[in-house]
Design a protein around this ligand. Sequence first.
Ligand code: SF4
Length: 214
Amino acid sequence: MLYPIHEIFYTWQGEGVHTGRSAFFIRTMGCPIKCPWCDSAGTWHPHFMPPTVTRLSSTQLAESALTHQPDCVVITGGEPAIHDLAPLTSALHAKNVPIHIETSGAFPLRGDFDWVTVSPKWQKKPLPECLQVANELKLIVEDTTSIERWMEVLGDPSAFPHIWLHPEWSKRNDSTVLATISNWVKTHHHPFRAGWQLHKNYNVDALDPRSHPQ
Ligand code: SF4
């Protein structure tokens, strides 16, 4: 099976429980959710998409990943779950590589994953079946009401092992947003955790020339 690929690159995971671990990223093309602040708009926005789309087989992707012997492979997008990832996860598991996925949770997962990160989006809310298998949630905090509004949708926080609260990246210096996260964690405790996109501070993705900034 051939997958439309925006980029593959070797880096380390900059978010969530596995922060700091070496990771081979596979970023698929396509996302129908269209968040206004998307930091991967090259996967779907006509102004940022490449003129031609690279298509790689599950075998090619697994072999590229194995070259680096990473701690894990992260399949992301775009929205990776719009694709049937079962052939890709079979090929990767045949190489004994742990497979992580980062998804909005708005589409059924096809494939076998060792770690599921769900980052829900308002434009298309997550499916219960995706929330049930989430090893961690990542909520994007845009304003002082974001966390409260999400928890009204998501229900009992104790159903989730970790709920990361990330400032929307353009608001990373907004003291009001940062204080909202800090106060929520100090008031509500586990499973809430203050999060950050640490790889962006390190600019680590750019060390691999195969990565694209957009
Ligand atoms: S779901 Fe993710 S890839 Fe899709 S538009 Fe939103 S931030 Fe971008």
